[in-house]
Design a protein around this ligand. Sequence first.
Ligand code: UDP
Length: 239
Amino acid sequence: MRINVLGVGFDNVTLGEAVDRGMELLHSPGTHYVATPNPEIVEACRKNPAACRAVNGADLVLPDGIGVVKGAKMLGTPLKARVPGIEFAAGLMERMAAEGLSLYLLGARPGVAETAGKRLAEKYPGLKIAGARDGYFREDGPAAEEIRRSGADCAFVCLGAPKQELWMAKYGAATGARLLCGLGGSLDVFAGATERAPKFWCDHGLEWFYRLCKEPSRAGRMMKLPLFLVHVEKEKRQR
Ligand code: UDP
């Protein structure tokens, strides 16, 4: 059963369990998708029913962000762990490489997905990069068709939230991939265009603060975190 945090149901898994589940999905018939909501996305889902349906419709919903873990604890239904999407992706690629599976990279500014592909192929020998395309395409159909033609087993869909979740819900099956993962700005990190916070900050739940210092323009978006905690507090009292 999923843990409900303000209308979004989260799978109560550790990082290792999430990767195991991702591999199971990758080997199951049909198309599946993974969402990695943080408090900002939960807030977006409260206002946007279509986004909420797309996120909750995922086969695996991972708590990306310390705020979600705190929120679940405040509600008396703690989650085992925070599962950052980017760490889930790394675990998955390691296992995919060992099995010689193929990955398509969709999203980010022109050139970023290609660079990420080259770097990931070097980092995970055995992993096949089936193709890459930037996330600023005009028509969705041809992008999905390109993934299908590439024969990719898995696709990372990095278009920002909730665009990527809506895209996966609508076009996932058309891609023919068995697993799609919505991973926000991960391609920028894999390409070396954005740096992830050092381990200390991540381990202490301060990744958001590091990101804020590096990209002050995100301040507006980050104000969603205190708002999220206010809404959790309100929900707690109502329950
Ligand atoms: N993006 C995209 N197409 C769009 C809008 C955004 O490919 O139409 C990309 C953007 O270039 C960035 C990612 O989606 O690489 C979103 O990154 P953000 O940092 O907002 O995501 P987060 O990691 O915070 O969820």
